[in-house]
Write a protein of this length. Structure first.
Length: 201
C-alpha cells in the first residue's frame, strides 16, 4: 500500500512539473528563441519586450513558421534592427504562410510617439522571402542599408518601404500601403531596382 501511494505521489509531482512548461510553450513568448546554426525558428507567437538586434558579422535566417512577432512592452520604433555588417533573411516555411511581423506605434515617453517600424536596416541587409511584414513603415533603411523583397507581403499604413541613402531591390512579392495619403515606397537619395513583384498604394 505504501509503495502504491509513493508511486501515485511521484506521478502527481511529475505532472505538476510538466504543466507549467507546456503552458509556456503554447503561450506567447517575450523574446525570440536562440539561433541554432544561424537559424531562428519560431515555435510560438512572440510579443517583444526588447528589440531583436542583428549585429555586425551576424547572419540570421528567421523562420516565422506560421507565428507572429508583435510589440509587447517594448516602446521604441523597430521590432527588429539589423546593423551594419549584419544580414537577416525572413522566411515562413509553414504551409499556410501565415507568419507575420507586425509593428504598431508606441508611446515612447508621455506625449512622444515612436513610429512602428517592422524591420530597420541600419546599414545592414534585410531580405524578405516569404511571410508578412507590417507596420506604420514596414521596412526602413538608413546608413547605406539594403532591403531585398523577393517574396511575401510588405505592408505599411503610411509606407511599405522607406529608404534614405540606401538600396532597395524588389524582385517579387507585394509591397503596399493601406492608409490614406500613403505610398508603397519612398526613396530618398537611394537606389531603387524593380525587376518583379507588385507595388500598390
Amino acid at each position: 500500500m505504501k509503495k502504491r501511494f509513493l508511486s501515485v505521489l511521484m506521478v502527481l509531482c511529475m505532472t505538476m512539473c510538466i504543466m507549467p512548461a507546456t503552458a509556456l510553450a503554447e503561450g506567447t513568448a517575450s523574446a525570440l528563441p536562440d539561433a541554432v546554426n544561424g537559424v531562428i525558428t519560431l515555435n510560438s507567437d512572440v510579443a517583444l519586450d526588447a528589440a531583436y538586434v542583428v549585429s555586425e558579422g551576424e547572419s540570421i535566417l528567421l523562420d516565422l513558421n506560421g507565428y507572429s512577432i508583435t510589440r509587447g512592452t517594448y516602446t521604441k520604433s523597430a521590432l527588429i534592427q539589423v546593423n551594419t555588417g549584419g544580414n537577416l533573411v525572413v522566411r515562413d516555411n509553414s504551409a499556410a504562410k501565415a507568419g507575420r511581423i507586425y509593428s504598431t506605434n508606441a508611446l515612447d515617453t508621455p506625449g512622444k510617439t515612436s513610429i512602428g517600424l517592422g524591420i530597420w536596416a541600419v546599414g545592414g541587409t534585410v531580405t524578405i522571402e516569404s511571410g508578412t511584414v507590417e507596420g506604420t513603415y514596414a521596412l526602413y533603411a538608413t546608413q547605406s542599408g539594403t532591403i531585398n523583397v523577393a517574396g511575401g507581403t510588405v505592408s505599411g499604413t503610411t509606407l511599405g518601404v522607406y529608404a534614405n541613402n540606401s538600396t532597395v531591390n524588389i524582385s517579387g512579392g507585394e509591397v503596399k500601403a493601406t492608409g490614406e495619403n500613403s505610398a508603397a515606397a519612398e526613396i530618398n537619395g537611394s537606389g531603387l531596382n524593380i525587376s518583379g513583384g507588385t507595388l500598390s498604394g
